[in-house]
Design a protein around this ligand. Structure first.
Ligand code: SF4
Ligand code: SF4
Length: 122
């Protein structure tokens, strides 16, 4: 997901949207690569391309990942500087607030050894 937005905020080490959100293809928001592989997944399940250091395919991630920004990243009213998902446990998605248990622990998938990792870091 994006490193920064017009709000000046950065995802940094957060990857909550890669875990907690359902990802599905919609017109204009493809979840597929050119080879047809699909990253679509249900909510509360880590994306298969999420490694311990972040997205393992960051440079070639699908369009939906390039376009998505949570409400905090967008600087939506009500989401102050200290209200990032990783700090507050709240993931805002265009008006809907997903309350996340801060203690929630979902095992991350091992990075695909065939994919050159590009850690998501500032
Ligand atoms: S939940 Fe928000 S801050 Fe966290 S990685 Fe996704 S877009 Fe970035
Ligand atoms: S492909 Fe990368 S950015 Fe997209 S959901 Fe999976 S881990 Fe996150």
């Amino acid at each position: 997901m994006p490193l920064s937005a017009s709000s000046g905020r950065s995802c940094s080490t957060c990857n909550y949207c890669c875990i907690y959100l359902e990802i599905e293809s919609k017109p204009g928001y493809s979840t597929r690569f050119d080879n047809g592989e699909d990253i679509a997944k249900p909510a509360n399940q880590a994306c298969a391309f999420l490694g311990e250091q972040g997205c393992t395919i960051y440079g070639v991630r699908p369009l939906v990942c390039r376009q998505f920004r949570c409400d905090w990243l967008n600087g939506v009213k009500g989401f102050g500087p200290e209200d990032s998902p990783i700090q507050s446990g709240v993931l805002g998605v265009r008006g809907s607030n997903w309350i996340i248990s801060v203690g929630a622990s979902i095992p991350l998938m091992e990075p695909d050894p065939d994919v050159d990792p590009e850690p998501k870091s500032a």
